[in-house]
Design a protein around this ligand. Structure first.
Ligand SMILES: [Zn+2]
Length: 112
């Protein structure tokens, strides 16, 4: 980045390969991705994973995973509601959208 440019971005999405990114998250194969709560705005994706758009057996849907992580960046935590995108785990070959718990959760801080 140009040192004269002031970075005012809120969201920063990065793709890291296991051997490049020395993070315990990816090295132990327990996380596909992780995000940081506000006001950090970073999302790190495992670049060794084959990401797909849609439901493909054995592959992870980038829309589903991305929606979950973007929700973390916006301040949502995990929920026990299995119908919510903020349920802490998801399987491969699966697509999921926002649930009512997610919608209520993102509205609450803004009193909507
Ligand atoms: Zn999460």
């Amino acid at each position: 980045m140009d040192p004269d440019v002031v970075d005012t971005s809120f969201l920063r999405i990065s793709l890291y390969m296991r051997y490049y990114y020395a993070s315990i998250h990816f090295l132990c194969n327990t996380f596909l991705v992780h995000a940081f709560a506000p006001s950090d705005g970073r999302i790190h994706l495992d670049g060794d994973e084959v990401w797909v758009d849609g439901v493909v057996p054995g592959k992870f849907d980038l829309q589903t995973i991305g929606l979950h992580e973007l929700s973390h960046v916006l301040g949502l935590g995990h929920t026990n509601d299995g119908g919510a995108i903020m349920y802490p785990t998801t399987g491969s070959g699966f697509r999921k959208g926002l649930g009512q718990d997610d919608i209520d959760g993102i509205k609450a801080p803004y009193h909507l």
